[in-house]
Ligand binder design. Structure first.
Ligand code: BES
Ligand code: ZN
Length: 625
């Protein structure tokens, strides 16, 4: 008997040491082409970060302590992602107190992936401490001179980690399937404030020494930091806005509906699980519209239109608190799970807060953007479950994961009915909360929890066509906007010469109606017609960044010269990629336009973010002979 027990213990021990042992909340590891790391062997669980922010040198300098678990027994090294980091020391510890040096090797740098950092681990090690500094050209950091800020007196730093730029400022397992909690201590020049995608205390003294805690496990692409002359205004009990002092009041007015949005989303998809929801308005070189950094959405100032007309961006980034931050794409192939779901949720939030008519206008505009882009895309980029092998994940950045993804969910909503589909989505967020999942995980889940339960309705849904095929399925829903039909009637009357532009009844038009009008008339105008519109509505002087963008696009296409000074001003003062890229694309279509693009870009480039520079270089510099 005693003998049998000994043997059983022996077998159990042997099994435990030879079979892969997965810790409780780690799902299987997905193959991530965009990370060198080895979470299937060793998984980092917590980061302890400590930096000095050196504006003169444009470097972050300090240490990162990584606490890890062994997911597979055996003597595996820890492999981390890095890009352009200078590593000065690597140590390991088994207790977090005593550290001793270990051997490490920084591999050859790949242009897309950066360089793997391989760290040898003694068997008892539980932590690695890396002493390092970033490069002034780090792809995930932008260092702004005072002149590039609204206040013009203090410098500004912000990070942008998505998709694979966290590795340019932290050595880590840079795969969205690895979630970590983190603490950070950040030293800055006095009077500047540091904020992170973590617990921020607006009342903390701006003494240049900041501590942060993020107790909820997040993927690396959601780690964020900003430092600058940053003020705070509360919006509601758990919501607020950070921005430079000269911008913060305007931002607070623009975002006054944020608390309503949080409540509307909670009513649909369950509690907001991140504590506070704050926004940070960045200087205009921020290359995106928004970035859903947990607890602290980063946003472009180009949505401050003065009339709340562009706050669907807030709805979008807020929605990521469910789709993306709570349930996360496991790899960048699965990006549509983040953005398609979020674009769908964004529409539902807009509908709840501003009504169906507004949401439908925005849906029609989204569908138009998709249709226009599908006409130009390579077939491989038209597929939701996109193949990114050998490519930079930023290359697959199109409206397909966003708008086609959202149409797919709308198709499901229309097929199963709102009640059924809302219940399904809510269950999905609860089921996968704080996990990172693949497209296959989604497919297995929806089959079991929706399709198999309603086989008759399910017969109308082709998952394979939506997820794995190019183009738009015939089943794609079509949003309809009565308001847009009325805009078209007026536009037709003007285009046919039945009335002058000044007689167009546009005084009650929203930004969305203006955008639709401009898209609708674009191909049917000439410079004379554009002049007439400009005189009637002062479009060249529009301070609304989206309307100005549409107008300038038409102006370039039709050669409407009075708008060119504004074009230059626009391109040298805004760095949001979505707004500037199409203008450069349009300019380089003609030799004269290319000259103009080159001249403008020479002035603008020093102020653009590395991500925008990479994109615009391709357009303006690469094709040059
Ligand atoms: N997460 C994205 C931004 C992003 C995606 C950054 C991929 C880097 C790589 C964010 O939620 C987003 O989608 N922003 C949009 C705005 C939105 C309203 C469509 C943007 O920046 O334009
Ligand atoms: Zn998004």
């Amino acid at each position: 008997m005693k003998h049998t027990i000994t043997i059983l213990i022996y077998i159990a021990t042997a099994l435990a040491t030879t079979l892969p042992t997965f810790s409780m909340n780690s799902l299987k590891t997905a193959q991530d082409l965009h990370s060198y790391s080895n979470p299937e062997q060793i998984r980092v669980r917590h980061l302890d970060l400590n930096w000095e922010v050196l504006f003169n040198e444009k470097i972050l300098k300090g240490t990162a302590v990584l606490e890890f678990e062994r997911t597979l027994t055996g003597n595996h090294p820890l492999i981390l992602d890095t890009r352009d980091l200078k590593i000065t020391k690597v140590e390991t510890s088994s207790d977090g107190r005593q550290y001793s040096a270990t051997t490490f090797h920084l591999g050859k740098a790949d242009t897309i992936l950066g360089a793997p950092l391989t760290v040898q681990l003694p068997p008892a090690a539980t932590r690695v401490r890396i002493e390092y500094q970033t490069s002034p050209a780090a792809s995930g950091l932008q260092w702004l001179k005072p002149a590039q800020t609204a206040g013009r007196r203090q410098p500004f730093l912000f990070t942008q980690s998505q998709a694979i730029h966290a590795r340019s400022w932290i050595p880590l397992q840079d795969s969205p399937q690895v979630r970590v909690t983190y603490n950070a201590r950040v030293r800055t020049p006095r009077n500047l404030r540091a904020v992170m995608s973590a617990e921020n205390d607006p009342a903390t003294p701006t003494d240049g020494d900041y501590s942060f805690q993020m107790r909820q496990a997040v993927p690396s692409y959601l780690i964020a930091l900003a430092v600058g002359d940053i003020a705070f205004r509360p919006l509601g009990q758990r919501t607020g806005v950070y921005a430079e002092p000269s911008v913060v009041e305007r931002a607070a007015t623009e975002f006054a509906d944020t608390e309503k949005m949080v409540q509307a989303t909670e009513a649909l998809y369950g509690p907001y699980r991140w504590g506070r929801y704050d926004l940070l308005v960045l200087p205009p070189s921020f290359p995106f519209g928004g970035m859903e950094n947990p607890r602290l959405t980063f946003a472009t100032p180009t949505i401050l239109a003065g009339d709340k007309s562009l706050v669907s961006l807030v709805a979008h980034e807020l929605a990521h608190s469910w789709s993306g931050n709570l349930v996360t794409n496991a790899t960048w192939r699965d990006f549509w799970l983040n953005e398609g779901f979020t674009t769908y949720l964004e529409g539902r939030i807009q509908e709840a807060v501003y009504g169906r008519a507004r949401a439908e206008m925005e849906a029609v505009l989204g569908r138009q953007t998709l249709a226009e882009e599908l006409a130009t895309l390579d077939e491989r980029d038209e597929i939701l479950h996109v193949d990114l092998s050998g490519r930079d994940p930023d290359a697959g950045f199109t409206s397909v994961p966003y708008e086609k993804g959202a149409l797919f969910l709308r198709h499901l909503e229309e097929t199963f009915g709102r009640d059924q589909f809302d219940r399904f989505l809510r269950g999905y967020f609860d089921h996968f909360a704080f996990q990172s999942i693949t497209t296959d995980d989604f497919i297995a889940y929806i089959k079991k929890n929706l399709l198999d339960q309603y086989p008759d309705k399910a017969a109308r849904v082709s998952l394979d066509e939506w997820i794995n095929k190019a183009g738009l399925p015939a089943s794609a829903p079509q949003a309809m906007s009565d308001a847009f039909s009325r805009v078209e009637q007026q536009a037709d009357a003007w285009l046919k010469g039945q009335m002058p532009a000044a007689a167009i009844k546009s005084s009650a038009w929203t930004t969305q109606e203006w955008l639709h009008f401009l898209k609708y008339v674009a191909e049917r105008t000439d410079t004379a017609k554009l002049r007439e519109l400009d005189q009637a509505f002062k479009l060249t002087r529009s301070g609304n960044a989206e309307i100005a963008h549409r107008w300038l696009l038409i102006a370039v296409r039709k050669g409407y010269e009075p708008a060119y000074p504004r074009l230059e001003e626009y391109l040298t003062s805004i760095g949001r990629r979505k707004l500037i890229k199409p203008l450069y694309d349009e300019l380089v279509k003609t030799p004269a336009g290319r000259k103009r693009a080159e001249a403008i870009y020479r002035k603008a480039r020093p102020s653009y973010h590395p991500i925008a520079v990479a994109t615009i270089d391709q357009i303006v510099l690469a094709a040059k002979q």
